[in-house]
Design a protein around this ligand. Sequence first.
Ligand code: ACO
Length: 346
Amino acid sequence: MATAHQPGSVGLPIRAFANRGRASAIVGLGVELPSRIVTNHDLERMVDTTDAWITKRTGIRQRHLAEPGTATWQLATVAARAALKEAGVRPEEVDLVMVASSSPDAPFPPMACRVQEQLGANNAWAFDMLAACTGLLYELSIADAMIATGRAETILVIGAEVLSRIVDWTDRSTCVLLGDGAGAVLVRPATKGGGIRSWCLGADGRQWNLLTYGLQAETGAYAAGDAAAHFRMKGPETYKVAVECFAQMVTAVVEAAGMGVEEVDVFVPHQANSRIVEAAARRVGIPLDRIVLSIDEHANVSTATIPLALHKAARTNRLHGGDRVLLASFGAGLTWAACLMEWEGA
Ligand code: ACO
């Protein structure tokens, strides 16, 4: 078995490129958050933690948790339906449905097929994406490429999580960080001269062991309570590499679009910890008031975090036609992705 190298011992392979071909744009957004809210104070009664520690170290104040028995595909369906409704698009018009998740319901059938069935998106093909927190942006890059090459016109890009199912609720170092929810974006060819301009896509499998879940096959231990069955993280090491990765990919993707970071109007990052995003933004020179942070409301919802934050940006009137919007994500694998787009607006 390959061993993982020490974080920071080699450079991250960061590459970015400008888009060619037909541009694609986000034309609809939908989200779903379970109604049950668990605050930091509620967690104080479950593990040895405090609201002050969680808020100061992560920016998280509360998370939404699904009721036991909730399937990830069910949250995905609600978010997808909302995205279609917002865009005024019928399910039969959808060519492709993708669902990314770090907490999939089962290896198969694909959750995307359950969503397709529920929506009645009968003309679509459908599959799931496993790339941890980066899954949604990896999907978006596929959607963008499918549209650029004329192989699809209407694509549902979904991130959905029931992370409460994979968390070790006795481990204070991880259980306070995660929440449940879903987000969907509907992607179509750009029609107003905007759309996605550049991409940074990467992975570094040498650092696979920073974040893991469900490694029982490798440990050979399937006993109840087996540590490998739960989400595990080397927090401080991950923090360090995440800041470095965010800073490098943001610089690279903005340069690939022929712009400077000062031209970014709205920065919508994946949010595992508000301090990671703010440290990276400071390093590259993005003013903090251009970051859309929603981690306080729902914690880290892995693949759903970026659509949830985009939705917050939309509902708080922070997205306008012509805005240069930067999306960036980092997660287990390691995996990362960033894209720069010109927002098309309604
Ligand atoms: N409440 C109180 N104390 C805690 C808690 C808690 N919930 N968790 C840990 N501590 C304690 C530790 O035991 C330690 O105590 P000690 O000094 O007595 O040993 C102390 O707090 C400091 O612990 P650190 O882990 O060093 O704390 P740090 O400041 O690094 O913050 C955190 C931890 C928030 C997890 C941070 O490391 C982080 O955000 N890491 C990156 C997370 C990330 O990017 N994840 C990727 C995506 S997740 C995914 O892929 C699904």
